[in-house]
Design a protein around this ligand. Structure first.
Ligand SMILES: *[C@@H]1O[C@H](CO)[C@@H](O)[C@H](O)[C@H]1NC(C)=O
Ligand SMILES: [Cu+2]
Length: 224
């Protein structure tokens, strides 16, 4: 699985079987965990990764361009939220969180506007070894200072476990309605697709060969 996952992904599409990859399918706020795809847009790609750097599927996964049938969740600025996977993330690589303010209702929003990054989980280096945060849940806080309104909140696992093969994006978007925020416009703002390049050092990195530092792809992290 781990070595041949591109092949398995292709096969699973061909025969319409579940490949068993991890997917960020549940969202939580505070101590409340909501249902599978209750506030997360449902993918339609059998958990296979997105491989193209230019596809709109990079935003909210294949099938995630629309929020039809997905309930938008009220959250407070500053509140803790969590994305949960079905099975623990098992491909090495960074996990990042992005947000994009919807021009109207987030359920109608395709993610074509501006995105900002609010957090990265990268590797830790110790005693010549690297380790990655491969878990079933990822928690962070809604930035306190952003404007109230409806947002896509996106989580991305960039799998770089197979140096030399095309890195893989596992992504999901939750739909949230932020209140109690401030009036700061986050920066930098980027587009998805567009922000990730095939030449990014964090995209081409070989995590098995003299791997001593790492820069997570994408913009710098915005903090209030
Ligand atoms: C978003 O939250 C605010 C504040 O709680 C509320 O007044 C508003 O109705 C909510 N918007 C939607 C679409 O639920
Ligand atoms: Cu895989």
């Amino acid at each position: 699985m781990k070595a041949a996952c591109g092949l398995i992904a292709a096969l699973s599409l061909a025969v319409s079987e579940v490949s068993g990859h991890y997917i960020f399918q549940q969202f939580g706020v505070g101590s409340t965990k909501f249902g599978v795809y209750e506030h997360v847009r449902k993918n339609s790609n059998y958990n296979s990764p997105v491989l193209s750097l230019t596809s709109n599927d990079l935003r909210c996964n294949v099938g995630g361009a629309s929020g039809a049938g997905v309930a938008t969740l009220d959250v407070k600025a500053g509140e803790a939220f969590t994305f949960f996977t079905d099975v623990a993330v098992y491909h090495q690589g960074p996990i990042s969180l992005y947000m994009s303010k919807a021009p109207g209702k987030v359920s109608d929003y395709d993610g074509s506007g501006d995105w900002f990054k609010i957090y990265d989980w990268g590797p830790t280096f110790s005693g010549g070894q690297s380790s990655w945060p491969m878990r079933t849940s990822y928690q962070y806080n809604i930035p306190k200072c952003i404007q109230d309104g409806e947002y896509l909140l996106r989580i991305q696992s960039l799998a770089i476990h197979n140096p030399g093969s095309t890195p893989q994006f596992y992504v999901s978007c939750a739909q949230i309605n932020v209140s109690g925020g401030g009036n700061t416009t986050p920066n930098p703002m980027v587009k998805i697709p567009g922000i990730f390049k095939a030449t990014d050092p964090g995209y081409t990195a070989n995590i098995y060969n003299n791997f001593k530092s790492y820069t997570v792809p994408g913009p710098s992290v915005f903090t209030c």
